[in-house]
Design a binder for this molecule. Structure first.
Ligand SMILES: *Cc1c(COP(=O)(O)O)cnc(C)c1O
Length: 397
């Protein structure tokens, strides 16, 4: 049996491969340069163009682009009317922003456990945790696989809750043949460089609801309006505007919007390549008894943002940390998504205790995020597969 690099063998590759990386081509660069030479660096024509494009891609009626995915979540909670005293149910297996957005509004995040096999929020747990105080559900399409939208939506309708889909991983995915972004009450996106398409930073909220749309426009820009029909006073003159709500400055620049428009032209390519890599990983890893492959639900056509390698500790003589370090020694740089949100000291100080979501906690003990991005070559993919196979077999019991 071949020796892993961590105990003196030869690494599968001599250069490091990262777990995620953006793909920027000359068209992207040209698109940004053109904005820099134009009259508008922010609040210009690229914003509307991008919003239009996002509506076309996702089937949503309205899109409001903003500075990042966290801002999108904050605005969505505000538009949903989340306020002090309310509870917002979310998953712990996500980036902290999915729960922080409730705190920004003075509400209390409530953590629902995940499904053991799909790793997405378990609708049964959401149902069990719903109280009189629940105002909204922030459901994360973890890795890009859609949450069970039909069951979550019918629960939310029954209890008058707002369903916010944190779709930071989901662009390019559909659920029961309908594009994610046009199904939940609001869907948020992130355009951070590790996500499927990037604007450097950037985010968006998608909705079919005109009332939410109008609120999102206000919250994005200080709560200020130039729409006379919304004003309380007679305009003093053509310069006049009014602040009618407490908003933020969550605007996106035109440079970011131009980059994103150019990136979105490549979304079909990006999605296809990610799916291809996931298929290769799944084929290779489903043959290894030391590993568990994430379950795919038939309703979701999945463009993966992340690939989760899950070890079966009972079949290995090493733990997740040692597996992670062994991969690093092979020059395969990985990551872990995610540390359960309530493990963080900030949440501990708010009173959250470990043990509340056992499935999430077990996943965290056993998972590693493998490299997955458009620009990976076939050689890169094979190297990852070879390294994982070598380590799993060498330490298998
Ligand atoms: C990336 C991410 C966010 C935050 O997006 P930013 O654009 O980095 O603010 C929120 N939720 C999830 C699930 C994410 O992956």
């Amino acid at each position: 049996m071949e020796k892993p690099a961590i105990c003196g063998g030869t690494p599968v590759r001599s250069t490091k491969i990262f777990y995620g990386h953006q793909y920027i081509d000359d068209e992207d660069i040209q698109a940004v340069v053109e904005v820099l030479k134009s009259d508008y660096l922010t609040c210009g024509p690229k914003i509307g163009e991008l919003e239009q494009k996002l509506c076309e891609i996702t089937g949503a009626k309205y899109a409001v682009v903003c500075s990042n995915g966290t801002a999108a979540l904050h605005m969505a909670c505000q538009a949903a009317g989340v306020q002090p005293g309310d509870e917002v149910i979310t998953t712990p297996i996500t980036f902290a922003a999915s729960a922080n957005c409730a705190l920004y509004c003075g509400a209390t995040p409530v953590f629902a456990d995940i499904n053991k096999e799909t790793y997405n929020i378990d609708p049964a747990a959401v149902e069990a945790l719903t109280t009189e105080k629940t105002k909204a559900v922030v459901a994360v399409d973890f890795t890009g696989q859609s949450v069970e939208l039909d069951r979550l939506l019918s629960h939310c309708r029954e209890h008058d809750l707002v369903l916010i889909e944190d779709g930071a991983h989901v662009i390019g995915t559909s659920y029961n043949g309908q594009k994610n972004g046009s199904i939940a009450d609001m869907t948020t996106l992130s355009f951070h460089p590790v996500k499927t398409v990037t604007g450097g930073e950037g985010g968006a909220v998608l909705t079919n609801n005109e009332e939410y749309y109008q609120k999102l426009l206000l919250y994005r820009a200080h709560g200020i309006t130039r729409d006379e029909s919304l004003m309380e006073h007679e305009p003093d003159g053509p310069w006049y505007y009014e602040q009618i709500a407490l908003g933020m400055n969550y605007r996106m620049t035109d440079m970011q919007a131009a980059l994103l428009i150019s990136q979105l032209n490549k979304l079909p390519l990006f999605s296809a390549r990610r799916k291809e890599i996931v298929k290769k990983y799944n084929e290779a890893f489903s043959k290894l008894p030391q590993l568990f492959v994430q379950k795919e639900i038939p309703q979701s056509d999945t463009t993966r943002h992340l690939y989760i390698l899950r070890i079966r500790p009972e079949r290995l003589s090493i733990d997740r940390k040692q597996f992670f370090e062994a991969l690093a020694a092979e020059n395969i740089c990985c990551n872990v998504h995610y540390i359960p949100t309530y493990y963080f000291p900030y949440y501990e100080k708010l009173g959250y205790k470990r043990g509340i979501c056992p499935n999430a906690e077990k996943l965290y003990e056993e998972e590693i995020s493998l490299p997955l991005y458009y620009a990976m070559t076939d050689q890169d993919v094979n190297d990852v597969i070879d390294a994982v196979t070598k380590i799993a077999e060498y330490y298998g019991i």
